[in-house]
Design a protein around this ligand. Structure first.
Ligand code: AMP
Length: 542
């Protein structure tokens, strides 16, 4: 028997419509690319999104057309998200940190029709413009006064485009499974792959983002997404914000410790989200300047493993709760978030931080299992580790324009490429990315575990561990370290530090000191690059 409830489609336009009515005077604050702070309300953002939708219709943009952006987190980018998806077109956000040839590949693969670009990235677009035949219109996201000199012909100014149009637009209604937005995976090997989100997946994911034990977005809070809108839709937060009515604070290009601290303090931000490297920068700034953000209550951190020491410092020194989150582009991206179970609240600190270092418990909607090489489920004992597979309404079912996907199995599970444990309380811990695990003498070593431990050493600012070939053991771990500012750690002392903390055979064979680690387009350490660089490295012994 079917239920007798309305089959109202879950559409992205309905989120902003809701905010226009219910949270009409709630603010969206942006540090603009041009410099000054811009401030307006959800009601005004809705009006501008309507103007933009009318403008795009005027340019001949129709349902299903792909509209690309290369832009920071700003109010204009927010308007594009809602105008484009709301009118039934597809908002394709592109990562400006990718190599220009990758960007050209992606635009051509997506067949983007219009390209919105921030002032910062115009030179980048100029360099590849002649390789983008599908793009009929480039729009620079600024006002007339800031329009730059450019060799590109027929470019439009965003404010001119928007201003000429009515702020009344009748958002169309269509099937909630219609495509809404497109992101490409980082593609460390082979071409990037397109993940095509739907209105339904986006709306359901937005509900999840707002939950108290996820990002805790609410009308009474102020949220600043550091995670860029060009990487997995800023973890879905631009959609979740108007759903919840949270005050939205957009940092624009100002992602350094000083700019973030100033903006967070000025706007009394309570929650923020981003990758660990950003928070390392923020912590350094706070230490050097003896400052902090007293209103900040929680920090959602993911994208790569959060060092345990970072969770401890934010908690102990600043009273800020770090919520370790895990996800993927293929998962919209949220899969799990770590909030301490109430029964552990009074547990000894050591135990609490052990749990908080894990990648958290699945969010409702995401199912998880770990399997061995024969695809047999492994026990949830916190020890057995295997391939992590997921399922859910905001997990991709296949890739855009790709017939085959090795990652999807016949039962509808998606293999994440991560290796993980699950414990009896459902806390998931990533052991490693499959290709980053180190196999030494037939035993697996987790590079993440060693990095985590290394980062708790006061003289280590950043650490990466990769496997190097070894005649006897197959592979052995090599520790690559960026020393903390003003320190000169000794190799033997660092290696001694591991003794008694991990099994002897897991201790790296050598330490290499570097000024910086190679970081990829999405803020992750490029382990593949390090493996290549140190492929022939000969350890000099402990
Ligand atoms: P992306 O699709 O670029 O967001 O990358 C997703 C991948 O990042 C995951 O499959 C993990 O390997 C890694 N990742 C994301 N969050 C975490 C985390 N909290 N800890 C460890 N790895 C993570």
């Amino acid at each position: 028997m079917r239920g007798l409830m309305m089959d109202t489609p879950l559409l992205i336009s309905s989120i902003l419509e809701h905010a226009r009515g219910v949270f009409a005077d709630q603010q969206i604050v942006t540090r603009t690319v041009e410099g000054p702070i811009h401030r307006y309300t959800y009601a005004e953002a809705h009006a501008r999104a309507c103007q933009l939708a009318n403008a795009l219709a005027g340019l001949g943009v129709g349902q299903g057309d792909r509209i690309a952006t290369i832009a920071w987190n700003t109010h204009r980018h927010f308007e594009i998200y809602f105008a484009v998806s709301g009118m039934g077109s597809i908002c394709h956000t592109m990562n400006p940190r990718l190599h220009p040839s990758q960007v050209a590949y992606i635009v051509n693969h997506a067949e983007d029709r219009v390209l919105f670009v921030d002032l910062t990235f115009l030179p980048f677009v100029e360099a590849v413009a002649d390789k983008l035949p599908s793009v009929r219109q480039i729009v620079v996201m600024t006002d007339r006064a800031h329009m730059p000199e450019t060799k590109l012909a027929d470019i439009l100014c965003y404010e001119d485009l928007v201003n000429g149009h009515s702020d009344i637009y009748d958002w169309p209604t269509f099937d909630e499974n219609t495509a809404s937005s497109l992101c490409y995976t980082s593609g460390t090997t082979g071409h990037p792959k397109g993940v095509l989100y739907s209105h339904r997946s986006t709306v359901l994911h937005s509900y999840a983002v707002c939950l108290p034990d996820v990002m805790h977005l609410a009308e009474s809070e102020a949220f600043l997404p550091v995670v860029p809108m060009f990487h997995v839709n800023a973890w879905g937060t631009p959609y979740a914000a108007p759903l919840s009515g949270v005050k939205l604070v957009m940092p624009g290009p100002g992602l350094d410790g000083a700019s973030l601290t100033e903006l967070m303090n000025a706007e009394e931000v309570t929650t923020t989200a981003g990758v660990p490297t950003v928070w390392l920068g923020l912590l350094n700034h706070w230490r050097q300047q003896k400052t902090s953000v007293p209103t900040l209550k929680r920090l959602v951190v993911g994208g790569s493993a959060v060092p345990r020491s970072m969770i401890e410092i934010f908690h102990d020194d600043f009273g800020i709760e770090v919520r370790h989150a895990w996800g993927m582009t293929e998962m919209s991206p949220l899969g799990s978030v770590n909030v301490l179970k109430s029964s552990l609240r009074d547990a000894p600190a050591e135990r609490r931080f052990d749990v908080l270092s894990k990648q958290g418990r699945p969010i409702f909607g995401v199912r998880m299992k770990i399997v061995d090489e024969q695809d047999k489920p492994l026990p949830h004992d916190g020890k057995a580790f295997g391939t992590l597979k997921v399922q859910g309404p905001w997990v991709c079912s296949s890739y855009y324009k790709l017939d085959e996907s090795e990652a999807h199995d016949a039962e509808g599970w998606f293999a994440t490429g991560d290796v993980a444990t699950l414990d009896a309380d459902s806390y998931m811990a990533i052991t490693d990315r499959e290709k980053d695990l180190i196999k030494s003498g037939g035993e697996w070593i987790s590079s993440i575990d060693i990095e985590n431990l290394a980062m708790s050493h006061v003289q280590i600012a950043q650490a990466a561990v990769v496997g190097i070939a070894d005649v006897k053991w197959g592979e052995r771990p090599l520790l690559i370290v960026v020393p903390a500012p003003g320190t000169a750690p000794a190799k033997t002392e660092l290696l001694k530090f591991f003794e008694g903390k991990i099994a002897k055979w897991m201790i790296p064979d050598d330490v290499v000191f570097v000024d910086s680690l190679p970081i990829g387009a999405t803020g992750k350490v490029l382990k593949g690059k390090l493996r290549e660089e140190y492929a022939d490295y000969q350890p000099t012994g402990r």
